[in-house]
Design a protein around this ligand. Structure first.
Ligand code: PRX
Length: 633
């Protein structure tokens, strides 16, 4: 008997026969058990589905832990697998990328054949700018097709891309360009955000004032507004495209599997952002395989991941994973509710999106506008829904499931990180679901939940979430700071990867992520460090000292609250509070704008001078402040 809709038992949602019959791997338990017997073998089989210029001598080299190496001795290039290899098949004329502008007045489509032409052209130009294998290129753009071309082009010639989210501002961009010592920046004249112009090129100009490494800037014309161009340094992309050098063939560089592919900055507990380094071989296998099994992508799918390519979700599941799988990717320039809250639903209908992968904050935001907006549209093309970035609350899960997925689309809640490169804890379409749980570790992975001393906690108890087994798409190091790599992830619980999250495991083995255990805040799914916000605040002349914390927020998940101690001579006022909020937004980006500024005469600190954020959090929420014996006074 067939049951087209999933069945429910308590709060467990079982996949329908229809879903099971359409999915590659029907027996999750069997595959998981087999993969766990020999994870390296599982990954080797996956790697064998891709093309290599030379195969590996060894799948996993763990002789220098935690500096793991994968597919040792192998030669490949991720762009070869994401683009070149499809040209020899029927996929040559298949759509690789569909793009629509924020205002809906433009769309652009690229087959794999034309994607190759665009990537090759961009690669020729980057090379002509003097960029060689191993050199860094910063990409700072809006969501336009050229951001995808730029990433693939860097990879094609062996340059290391460092994409900085186009919503970041001067300080964040400057720090990232300086740290990566990029010689080239690729940007746009501007981008649009809810109809408003963001002056990307001007932000670049401001940022590189103190970045002597930058020799050239390539500017893609998107908005057409006036931007200053410095002769010799700044080049319009369309001018470069008309040069003969841009249009020849471009050879794909033969890369070692362990050669760096990109760095991506992410926030840690303290200090400056960490440059997470990923490689050609392992990351390629990891993103390919996880997307194939978790979203079960097929040739017929139209895959839409609403993230920005500037975050890891965009790197892995807008660009690399889907293209390596030969899928059709949809990229949308705008956000969910501009000009109206049906923008996304309209696009799903228009393009026949089959897999829709987004974030809880967006779901909560759209849910607020009611069911009438999605109900205006035919969403029947959808077959799978996905969630990422923060825990999804059951209420949002259920709305997504009933109103958007019409009770026929499993919700794939994927837990992972910039560092993990690919999904780590996630269901596949056949796994029974519990709203709010990312379910179980992906094939080949095992997790441990431990207390402060590294002892496993009991069922349902909260503890540090650790990953036990190395995996191909794992970060290799923090670029330029291997000691910090060891210290951040492998020192507190030697031999195991510390995720920085806390979690609990229920009696069925399901993992429930609770949140960060460090000073990282997740604002609308964006990862920000309290240290970055505090460094921005301190540059304001009125601020003596400050502390930032994250507090629960109905839509954003968490919102930023700041405590500010003023310098003598500055008075507390609502005007000054607003000025400080503005100041942070201007320096770091609108996503970092504090929700509230609270004045404080003296920050609570330990005797060793560490800010006690726990006390501030409790105070802000009117909760008991707990043990204060370590307080300095
Ligand atoms: O706290 C977890 C949360 O996001 C963190 C990683 O952030 P980032 O590196 O920016 O990558 C986000 C996208 C992969 C994690 O440490 N997180 C991510 N996915 C989930 C999640 N928390 C709960 N459930 C998820 N599905």
């Amino acid at each position: 008997m067939s049951n087209p809709k999933p069945e429910m038992e308590g709060d467990v949602y079982f996949p329908s026969h229809e879903v099971i019959s359409q999915t590659r791997i029907k027996d999750w338990d069997k595959t998981s058990k087999e993969a766990l017997k020999d994870p390296a073998k599982f990954w080797e089989n996956e790697a064998n589905e891709l093309e290599w210029f030379k195969k590996w001598d060894k799948v996993l080299d763990d002789s220098d832990k935690p500096f793991f190496k994968w597919f040792v001795g192998a030669k490949t290039n991720i762009t070869h697998n994401a683009v070149d290899r499809h040209l020899k098949t029927y996929r040559k004329n298949k759509l690789a990328l569909i793009w629509e502008s924020e205002d809906g007045k433009q769309d652009r489509t690229f087959s794999y054949y034309s994607l190759n032409r665009e990537v090759s052209r961009m690669a020729n130009i980057i090379k002509a700018m003097g960029i060689r294998k191993g050199e860094r290129v910063t990409i700072y753009m809006g969501r336009v097709p050229e951001i995808v071309f730029a990433m693939l082009a860097c990879a094609k010639i062996g340059a290391i891309h460092s994409v900085v989210f186009g919503g970041f501002s001067v300080d964040a961009l400057q720090g990232r360009i300086a740290d990566s010592e990029s010689k080239l920046v690729i940007t746009c004249d501007g981008s649009y955000q809810n109809g408003k112009l963001v002056e990307l090129k001007r932000i670049v100009d401001e940022s590189i004032k103190h970045c002597p490494s930058v020799e050239n800037i390539i500017v893609i014309k998107r908005t057409g507004h006036d931007v200053p161009m410095e002769a010799g340094r700044d080049h319009w992309y369309h001018d470069l495209c008309s040069l003969p050098i841009a249009n020849g063939k471009c050879a794909t560089e033969v890369m070692d599997a362990e050669d760096p592919l990109f760095i991506l900055y992410t926030s840690g507990s303290t200090g400056k952002p960490k440059a997470i380094l990923h490689t050609h071989g392992g990351y390629m296998v990891g993103t390919y395989s996880t997307l194939k099994y978790v979203f079960d992508v097929n040739d017929e799918d139209r895959f839409w991941c609403t993230a920005d390519p500037g975050w890891i979700t965009g790197h892995s599941y807008i660009v690399y994973g889907p293209l390596i799988n030969g899928s059709t990717v949809f990229l949308f320039e705008g956000g969910p509710s501009f000009p109206y809250p049906n923008r996304w639903w309209q696009l799903i209908e228009k393009y026949g999106i089959t897999i829709f992968y987004t974030a809880p904050t967006a779901i909560r935001g759209l849910m607020r506008f009611g069911d009438a907006w999605p109900n205006k549209h035919d969403l029947s093309s959808l077959r799978l829904l996905g969630s990422v970035g923060e825990p999804i609350n059951p209420e949002a899960w259920k709305w997504f499931f009933h109103v958007i997925g019409k009770e026929k689309c499993p919700i794939i809640d994927t837990w992972w990180q910039t560092e993990t490169g690919s999904f780590m804890i996630t269901p596949t379409p056949v796994v029974p679901l519990k709203p709010g749980s990312a379910t179980r570790p992906f094939f080949g992975q095992e997790v441990e939940i431990v207390d402060e001393d590294g002892n496993q906690v009991e069922t349902d108890a909260e503890g540090y979430l650790l990953l036990k087994n190395p995996w191909p798409a794992m970060l290799r190091t923090i670029y330029g700071d291997p000691d910090r790599y060891v210290k951040s992830y492998w020192s507190k619980f030697p031999g195991k990867y510390m995720t920085g999250d806390s979690a609990r495991r229920d009696k069925d083995g399901y993992i429930w992520i609770i949140g960060r255990v460090d000073d990282v805040i997740k604002v609308s799914g964006h990862r920000l460090g309290t240290a970055e916000i505090e460094s921005a605040l301190i540059t304001h002349p009125a601020v003596a000292e400050s502390a930032a914390i994250g507090l629960p927020h109905e839509i954003k998940g968490q919102a930023i609250y700041c405590f500010v101690q003023l310098k003598p001579g500055f008075g507390q006022s609502e005007e000054l509070a607003e000025e400080l909020r503005q100041h942070v937004a201007q320096h770091l980006g609108p996503i970092a704008r504090p929700e509230e500024i609270n004045w404080i005469d003296k920050l609570p600190k330990t005797r060793s001078g560490k800010i006690m954020r726990r006390v501030l959090k409790a105070r802000a929420q009117g909760l008991p402040e707990g043990d204060l014996t370590t307080l300095e006074d």
